[in-house]
Design a protein around this ligand. Structure first.
Ligand code: C2E
Ligand code: MG
Ligand code: MG
Length: 241
């Protein structure tokens, strides 16, 4: 499934995040929280992650050909990042699919980014050296060392949904405002995750958040629905779909 990431000011779609689902025998879609941990334990994450990356790259290439040059974000877990030769796998997938590295962004959670920085930072640096973007997911829920964050120099911080929910309440802006400010000081872009209400959208716009993602704009959707959604969004930017 793919979920759009939109520009906070103009509503224009800038990117998509690939979100994995497992189709069960009875056609039900199993969410990633249920099967990714199992795949990590069993080692299947290697194949699954490579498959997700290839699918996302292929989709990004088809959308480009159809006139939608969007950034494509792919989630990567700790065990994937630490696989020997992970950056070669990414480089090969980009070359085989024919996508420029700058159109791909790897999302890793804040807890992964900050766990064993001695091991993780060089892996992320190798990805960045390819020209691939790095986003820190679920930001605000982990324990970032500010010096590690500066060394890591991510392209984007994704404010965790738990802090977006707070924007509905009077005086609930604290953490989101702090993350936007931190990102501004570091020269990093910010995406708000899980934006569901117009009030949240307006508060984030007032705070100067760059991009938003959430059910207010679109739920994660299958590839065949993307072209129609993108055409509708282009016809009326900023409108909830
Ligand atoms: P995430 O990367 O932080 O993704 C955001 C989650 O929030 C997604 O859940 C998305 O469907 C959901 N979401 C988006 N907008 C809204 C909203 O407005 N309201 C609410 N309530 N939820 C919203 P999903 O798809 O179940 O994914 C859960 C997590 O599973 C992801 O969190 C990510 O960490 C992981 N994941 C997903 N796909 C992959 C993958 O291909 N590889 C790996 N390693 N992990 C993945
Ligand atoms: Mg993510
Ligand atoms: Mg997240």
């Amino acid at each position: 499934m793919y979920q759009p990431q939109v520009d906070a000011a103009s509503g224009r779609t800038l990117g998509l995040e690939a979100l994995m689902r497992w189709r069960a025998d009875d056609d039900r879609l199993v969410p990633p929280d249920r099967f990714i941990p199992v795949a990590e334990q069993s080692g299947l994450i290697k194949e699954l992650g490579a498959w997700a990356l290839r699918c996302a790259i292929d989709q990004a290439v088809s959308l480009r050909a159809a006139g939608h040059p969007l950034r494509m974000a792919v989630n990567v877990s700790m065990s994937q990042l630490l696989l020997p030769g992970f950056e070669q796998l990414v480089a090969e997938a980009l070359a085989e699919g024919g996508l420029p590295a700058s159109a791909l962004e790897i999302e890793i959670t804040e807890s992964v980014a900050m766990q064993s920085p001695d091991i993780v930072l060089p892996r992320l640096a190798a990805l960045k050296a390819l020209g691939v973007g790095v986003a820190i997911d679920d930001f605000g829920t982990g324990y970032s060392s500010l010096s590690s964050l500066e060394k890591l120099a991510p392209d984007r911080l994704k404010i965790d949904r738990s802090f977006i929910i707070g924007l509905d309440a009077e005086g609930g802006d604290g953490i989101a405002a702090m993350i936007v400010e931190l990102a501004r000081s570091l020269g990093v872009k910010v995406v708000a995750e899980g934006v569901e209400t117009v009030r949240q959208q307006q508060r984030l716009q007032a705070l100067g958040c760059h991009e938003m993602q959430g059910y207010l704009f679109a739920k994660p959707m299958p590839v065949d629905e993307l072209p129609v959604w993108l055409a509708q969004a282009a016809a009326g930017p900023g409108r909830p779909a």
